[in-house]
Design a binder for this molecule. Structure first.
Ligand code: MN
Ligand code: MN
Length: 466
C-alpha cells in the first residue's frame, strides 16, 4: 500500500512546483503530475498546502548529563515528540567523551540513551576532549560507526573540555585525513574562566553577569583562531551557534577566500538579547546559554547572514533545563546555572513566520537552512533533506495560513517555561511523515517509541561548499 499526497506544491531548496508525491516502503516512489492511486492506497488531499523535506536539526542535547544529578530534561522520546510536532524528522546530537574514555565507549553510551525511545532519526557528533594517542588512532573507526563529524571546544577550560591550539590543530589535521568534519564551539576559554572567577569573587552573582564575562570579542577571537588553525591543517570547519558580528565577519572572510568554512545560528540569538538576562528576580536564568545572548545589532546581522547565505544552517542547540529545580541550582551564583535553552520544537515555525512571512527569506531558502543545507554538509544528502524519488519519505505537509501561538501550557517539550511564551504567527506543519510513517496528524501524536533509527553517516562530511 502506498500513500499518495495529491494537489500540493512541492518546495525544495532549488525551486517550487505543483506535484503529487507517492510514498511506498518508507521512501519517496515518485514526484509527478497526476499520480494514479491504486486500490487501497491512502490518498491525502494537499490542495492549498506545501510539501517540504522534513527538518534536520544538527545541534541538540537530549538527555545530556551536566552533573551527577542533573541532565537536560528532554530525553530521546519527549525531545523527539516535540521535534516532530515542530516539523523536525532527523537530528544530530552529541556523544560527549569524558577524559580517559574511548570513543567507542562514548558512542555506545549515547546509542543506549536513544535506543528504545527514539521516534525521529538520530545521529551523533562525537565530542573529543581528551585526544590521547589511543583516541587519535581510534578516530579511524568513526565513519565505519556512522559518525563523520567531531566536536571540539575552545571554551570550558575549568571543566576540562578545552583543547590547546596544538591539540585543536592536530585533531583538524587527523579529521582531514579521515574525511571527518570538525565542529567548533569558539569562545576564548582561558579569559572567560578568569573573568567568571573574578565576577564571583567580587559578589557579582546574578544571571546578568553570565553575559558580561563572555564578551562577543571572545567569540570573535576564538572563531578567527579556529578558522586559521583549521585552514593551516587543510581541514573544513563548521562553526556552531554563531551569535555576533565579529564571528560572522570571520566566517564570511574565510568563505570569500574559498575556504570550506560553514556556520549556523540558532533561534534564541534572533529574538533575545543580553538585557533578558537582567529580567527581575531570577527570571534571567531562563535565558542563560553559551555563547550568551547579544545585542539587537547582532540580531540584525544574523538575519542578514542567513538571508545572504553566509550561514548555511539553522539549528537549535536545544538544551532544556527546568526553571523550578534545575536552573534554580544557580540562585546563589550564575556560574552554577545549567547552560542552555529549549528550542527544538519551535525552530521551523519561528524561521517561517519571521523569515519567510516577513520577507527576509524565500520558502526555498527556508528549506535550505532547515533541511537541505545541513543534510549536504553532514553527508546525509539525498537520503535526507531531499524531496525526490529514492529519498527517505520524511515529509512535512505545511499550511502557510495556519495560525500558531506558543505557550508552556501547550508545548510538547518537557520543560516548565518557554522563551517564546505568547508569540504568535502563521505557517506550521499539519502532517509529518518520517520514513513514510505518519508521526503527527494535526494535534494527534502517532509516533511510536523505538521507531526512530540511528542515522549512519559514513560519507565524508562537508564534500560541498554551501
Ligand atoms: Mn556550545
Ligand atoms: Mn551545544
Amino acid at each position: 500500500m502506498a500513500t499518495i499526497i495529491r494537489g500540493g506544491t512541492v518546495v525544495t531548496a532549488d525551486g517550487s512546483f505543483p506535484a503529487d508525491v507517492e510514498i511506498e516502503g518508507g521512501r519517496i516512489r515518485a514526484v509527478r503530475d497526476q499520480a494514479d492511486a491504486g486500490e487501497g492506497d491512502d490518498v491525502v488531499d494537499a490542495s492549498g498546502l506545501l510539501l517540504m523535506p522534513g527538518g534536520i536539526d544538527v545541534h541538540t542535547h537530549l538527555d545530556m548529563p551536566v552533573a551527577p544529578d542533573c541532565a537536560t530534561c528532554d530525553d530521546f522520546y519527549t525531545g523527539h515528540r516535540a521535534a516532530a510536532f515542530g516539523g523536525t524528522t532527523s537530528h544530530i546530537d552529541f556523544a560527549n567523551q569524558q577524559r580517559g574514555d574511548s570513543l567507542r565507549a562514548t558512542l555506545d553510551r549515547w546509542l543506549e540513551r536513544a535506543g528504545g525511545k527514539a521516534v525521529i532519526d538520530y545521529g551523533f557528533h562525537v565530542t573529543i576532549v581528551d585526544p590521547s594517542p589511543e583516541v587519535m588512532d581510534e578516530m579511524a573507526s568513526l565513519r565505519g560507526w556512522g559518525v563523520n563529524s567531531i566536536k571540539l571546544f575552545l571554551a570550558y577550560k575549568a571543566r576540562g573540555m578545552m583543547l590547546r591550539n596544538d591539540e585543536f590543530f592536530n585533531l583538524c589535521r587527523r579529521a582531514r585525513e579521515l574525511g571527518l568534519l570538525p565542529l567548533v564551539h569558539a569562545e576564548t576559554g582561558e579569559v572567560i574562566d578568569l573573568l567568571e572567577q573574578e565576577a564571583i569573587a567580587a559578589g557579582r552573582t546574578e544571571p546578568r553577569w553570565h553575559a558580561t564575562v563572555r564578551p562577543a570579542l571572545a567569540e570573535a577571537e576564538a572563531t578567527n583562531r579556529a578558522i586559521a588553525l583549521a585552514r593551516m591543517a587543510g581541514s573544513a570547519l563548521y562553526v556552531v551557534h554563531i551569535t555576533c558580528q565579529g564571528a560572522l565577519a570571520a566566517v564570511r572572510q574565510a568563505r570569500r577566500e574559498g575556504a570550506p568554512v560553514f556556520g549556523e545560528s540558532c533561534p534564541q540569538y534572533l529574538f533575545f538579547t543580553a538585557d533578558d538576562l537582567a529580567r527581575p528576580g531570577f527570571e534571567g536564568a531562563k535565558y542563560v546559554c553559551s555563547p550568551p545572548l547579544r545585542t539587537e545589532a547582532d540580531q540584525a546581522a544574523l538575519w542578514e547572514a542567513l538571508a545572504l547565505g553566509d550561514l548555511q544552517a539553522f539549528s537549535t542547540d536545544h538544551a532544556p533545563f527546568r526553571f523550578e529545580d534545575q536552573k534554580s541550582r544557580g540562585r546563589e551564583r550564575f556560574d552554577a546555572i545549567p547552560n542552555g535553552v529549549p528550542a527544538i520544537e519551535h525552530r521551523l515555525v519561528l524561521l517561517w513566520h519571521f523569515g519567510v512571512n516577513q520577507g527576509r527569506l524565500t520558502p526555498e531558502h527556508f528549506v535550505s537552512l532547515t533541511s537541505t543545507g545541513p543534510a549536504r554538509i553532514f553527508g546525509i544528502y539525498p537520503q535526507k533533506g531531499s524531496l525526490a524519488p529514492g529519498a527517505d519519505a520524511d515529509i512535512l505537509l505545511w499550511d502557510p495560513a495556519a495560525a500558531w501561538s506558543i505557550s508552556t501550557a501547550t508545548h510538547q517539550m518537557a520543560v516548565d517555561y518557554d522563551l517564546w511564551e505568547g508569540f504568535t504567527g502563521r505557517g506550521r506543519p499539519v502532517k509529518v511523515w518520517r520514513r513514510g510513517e505518519l508521526l503527527v496528524d494535526g494535534e494527534r501524536w502517532l509516533g511510536q517509541a523505538g521507531s526512530g533509527q540511528h542515522l549512519r553517516r559514513e560519507q565524508a562530511g562537508a564534500q560541498v561548499q554551501g
